[in-house]
Write a protein that binds this ligand. Structure first.
Ligand code: ATP
Ligand code: MG
Length: 264
């Protein structure tokens, strides 16, 4: 069954969390690869000047002649800038540090929150799913991501302070929904870097289910060193070591996400 909506435009999901180092990029890259391998047509957008999703997809951020920066400023189209990931079947719209300047340059532009959404219209029919990897902030870049999406995927570690940051994030997303993007319909929480031997992590994982119910994905991503090693080979963990526990978990997550989309 196709995951596109009635308009034929791809469904778009943003991977966001204002906390740094919580697994956003690992989730975006591996989900893109797992969905691509299952036959979905995928575009992964790197909206982070760190360019980690770009490098992790095997595209060298240091030698790009154009990036998502030009797309946001209206100087290039997505079709001009996107690249094919060499190790797994998906396209990536790359980023590098040049993107940090967009934050300031967007301020003076009209429709500054909707630059990415508007750029996506031209390629939306070529994909089933678009995934957007955000920087660790609630910046104009992240707002562009949130304004383009129907759903927000929030990776989180099961630590005590994670819960505190989470309510801020959920409130921010609700505000975006109310003021900028009524299409942002749902939020899904993904537990990542999980260590089942730690009692505290088990407790927090359980609390999340109690508080957030079916907003929490069933799939839990374990802490797995192969997922951490894969980016240095310029490949998603899912294709770098398909037999690893991490790869298996991200494939399960991709299947769970597709199942949820079918039910929408
Ligand atoms: P930032 O906020 O800087 O963009 P991020 O939220 O995108 O960070 P990642 O870069 O995905 O986080 O992950 C942070 C670090 O944790 C990386 O070194 C990554 O390889 C590692 N990591 C992520 N997920 C896992 C996992 N399941 N098991 C082991 N290591 C992981
Ligand atoms: Mg990241």
């Amino acid at each position: 069954m196709s995951t596109t909506n009635q308009t034929g435009q791809a469904r778009t999901f943003v991977v966001a969390n204002q906390k740094g180092g919580v697994g956003k990029t690992t989730t975006a890259v591996n989900l893109a690869a797992a969905l691509g391998l299952s036959g979905q047509r995928i575009l992964l957008i790197d909206l982070d000047p760190q360019g980690n999703a770009t490098m992790g997809s095997g595209v060298d951020k240091r030698v790009l002649d154009r990036s998502v920066y030009q797309v946001l400023l209206g100087l290039a189209s997505i079709a001009d800038v996107r690249r094919r990931c060499p190790g797994a079947p998906y396209d990536v719209l790359p980023a590098n540090r040049e993107l940090a300047g967009a934050e300031v340059e967007l301020v003076g532009l009209e429709n500054r929150e909707y630059r990415l959404r508007d750029a996506l219209v031209a390629v939306g029919r070529e994909y089933d799913i678009v995934l957007i990897d955000c920087p660790p902030s609630l910046s104009m870049l992240t707002l562009n991501g949130l304004c383009s999406a129907q759903g927000a995927l929030i990776p989180m570690q099961c630590e005590y302070f994670a819960l505190e940051g989470l309510s801020d994030l959920v409130n921010s997303i609700r505000k975006v929904q109310a003021n900028f993007n009524p299409d942002l319909q749902w939020i899904g929480l993904l537990r990542v870097m999980f260590d089942s031997r730690t009692t505290l992590q088990q407790q927090v994982a359980q609390q999340l289910e109690t508080h957030f119910g079916d907003k929490v994905f069933r799939t839990v991503i374990p802490r797995n060193v192969r997922l951490a090693e894969a980016p240095s080979y310029g490949e998603p963990g899912v294709s770098f070591d398909p037999a690893s526990r991490g790869a298996k978990a991200y494939r399960e997550f991709a299947a769970e996400l597709l199942e949820r989309l079918d039910a929408l």
